[in-house]
Design a protein around this ligand. Structure first.
Ligand code: GDP
Length: 367
């Protein structure tokens, strides 16, 4: 269902389809219903549920993905009526985060978010999307191993208890990891190595740009920072100054609150950076909306005070007129193509020009 315009709904659904494909699904058909608010029992209206059932039958789909967060009972009712697995936007996004989490802390945070999402919904879940990738599987914990499909009140209670147990343990572990990270952060501050955070909407090309910027050509030496998060790389300016570049978690519209909470501490690190490189996908139908959504999250963690360098990516694939429009809209932005390697030197120069000059260097030129 949607309360917005047709265009909003189309955009949102296109994004949902892209997210589903990112998670490894094949998207068969989209269904939109205009309503003032979701049906409390079945999310879409009762009549629409029958349409949905018909589409499931005719396409042979094994999953229905809804573009919003469903209550536990909506999820259960929809699964009963359509006879297939029902997943909402939140579960889908959590699943993608689970697939992409690389660091130990990231993995623990996603698992925690997944379990908190799962707990009130335990009964309604047959096969969950999250189960395919979720869970560290450590010690056969509640992550992926727990039997989520069993009805039976007793089993349900056992499952719930095990999940609560695991949640408590994950919280403790994350707290410990946070302390370690803060120590490293303090060390970085003492060393006065400028930090650049690459932020941007999911799929804007952050990882590709990070690779381009620190890959061939630049002096890259991962070993020194091997103890930091794997997505932090070091780079050196033309005049030999060291700085770090970090990929941040992707942003999407309606980022589930479980994820915002889980990643708050990681995102808060962005606020400690010296510069935010904000990557925008130049081929997206509504780049302004993406920029707005990312800035909103940055503001939430206090990173909106930082200098921001706007980078429009994918110029190789973007429409010429659209690029001209964006150049007028954002005159200070840098236009690049991570894929074609276009504009990368200019971007590097723009980043370096915005890095703070360390006090020691100023002292060095004084007589
Ligand atoms: P992230 O989610 O922001 O880290 O984005 P990725 O770096 O993973 O890129 C997302 C997708 O966009 C991938 O399929 C990339 O191959 C593609 N991509 C990245 N940069 C470019 C670019 O400059 N041009 C084109 N055409 N595609 C790109």
């Amino acid at each position: 269902w949607t309360e917005g315009t047709q265009a909003d709904a189309d955009n949102s659904l296109t994004e949902l389809a892209a997210l589903a494909e990112t998670a490894g699904s094949q998207v068969l058909e989209g269904l939109i219903q205009r309503r003032n608010r979701p049906d409390p029992a079945t999310y879409v209206g009762r009549g629409k549920v029958d349409d949905l059932g018909a589409v499931v039958l005719s396409t042979g789909a094994d999953t229905v993905i809804c573009d919003g967060e469903l209550s536990p009972s909506q999820l259960r009712n929809l699964e009963q009526r359509t006879k297939v697995k029902v997943v909402d936007r939140t579960a889908l996004i959590l699943d993608i985060f689970a697939q992409h989490a690389k660091s130990k802390e990231g993995k623990a945070q996603v698992e925690l978010a997944q379990l908190e999402y799962l707990l009130p919904r335990l009964r309604g879940w047959g096969e969950t999307l999250s189960r395919q990738s979720g869970g560290s599987g450590r010690g056969g914990g509640a992550g992926g191993g727990v039997g989520l499909r069993g009805p039976g009140e007793t089993k349900l209670e056992t499952d719930r208890r095990r999940i609560r147990h695991r949640i408590a343990r994950l919280r403790r572990e994350i707290k410990g990891m946070k302390t370690v990270r803060q120590t490293k952060r303090a060390r970085r501050t003492r060393n006065a190595v400028p930090a650049v955070a690459i932020a941007g909407y999911t799929n804007a090309g952050k990882s590709s740009l990070l690779n381009r910027l620190t890959g061939a050509g630049v002096l890259v030496e991962n070993a020194l920072f091997a103890t930091l998060d794997p997505t932090t790389r070091k780079a050196t300016t033309a005049d030999g100054r060291l700085y770090t570049l970090s990929d941040t978690v992707g942003f999407v519209r309606h980022l589930p609150h479980q994820i915002v909470e889980a990643f708050r501490s990681t995102l808060e690190e962005v606020a400690d950076s010296d510069l935010v490189v904000h990557v925008v996908d130049g081929t997206h139908p509504d780049p302004e909306e993406q920029v707005r959504a990312v800035r909103e999250v940055l503001a939430e963690v206090g990173a909106d005070r930082l200098p921001e360098l706007l980078v429009v990516n994918k110029t190789d694939a973007a429409n010429e007129d659209e690029l001209l429009r964006l150049k007028r809209l954002w005159p200070d932005a840098v236009f690049v193509s991570a894929r074609a390697g276009r504009g990368i030197d200019g971007l590097r120069a723009a980043i370096e020009a915005r890095l703070p000059r360390p006090a020691v260097e100023v002292r060095a030129v004084l007589p």
